[in-house]
Design a protein around this ligand. Sequence first.
Ligand code: SAH
Length: 260
Amino acid sequence: MDSPHGTPAPLAIVSAMQEELGALLALMPDGRRVRAAGRDFWCGHLHGQPVVAVLSRIGKVAAATTATVLAERFGVRAIVFTGVAGGLAPGVAVGDVVVAAGLLQHDLDASPIFPKYEVPLLGRARFDADGAIADALAGAAHALLREPAALLGAQAVAAFGLHAPRVHRGLVVSGDRFVSTAAESAALRHALPDALAVEMEGAAVAQVCHDYGLPFAAVRTISDRADDAAHADFTRFVAAVASRYSAGIAAAWLRSLSKK
Ligand code: SAH
């Protein structure tokens, strides 16, 4: 959607945590703060693209409110979510990146009236991510992860054991629970065997974007394995690793758009 004056509508980048938004805002020095719905929306430019960057806060309702305001008030033309997630599938390790191909709410269950996970009256449980944006995010993630030390420094690579991080693409599931027991992650793996990662916002934003006909994509750095040993130093990992990946991947995506 372009404005009547020919300026392109902005792209939205949504983060769940302050550290991630901070890394992005550092790349957006012209960011101007607009208050709405108790949130700060930062409107500026990154690699020449008009961008609205915002903290969604944690959980599905907070994320859905944020996405709705982005659609209604800021008229964004696409939403990208960046954040951290717990790895579910075997081989999805701390420090890997997951690009969502589709998203589902693992805690939505109106059965027996509707099939488990299905969003009542929408007739679907899974929401596809936009293929072109997901391709671009995966490309950017591959490029960054080839040399994690270049982005994070050798010390962080050693501290978090990020020697051969990988990029995965597939199902990401969301729910209003921080999954932090082996029993719960095993139950999720059993119920949804193709789920790669679990987090608390993505599928809610995907549903709002579906309602508005907006392209949506999500990229998550794995911060923990959603088990009893959920990452020892979650906050430090987010600050030292995930926020840099998120900002780096988002910036590389915007740079690729500017070249077109
Ligand atoms: N202990 C952290 C909790 C943050 S909530 C703190 O005090 O700051 C977790 C955030 O990271 C959410 O935004 C969620 O989307 C994501 N996340 C990371 N690992 C997760 C997991 N194992 N289960 C659910 N969400 C997870």
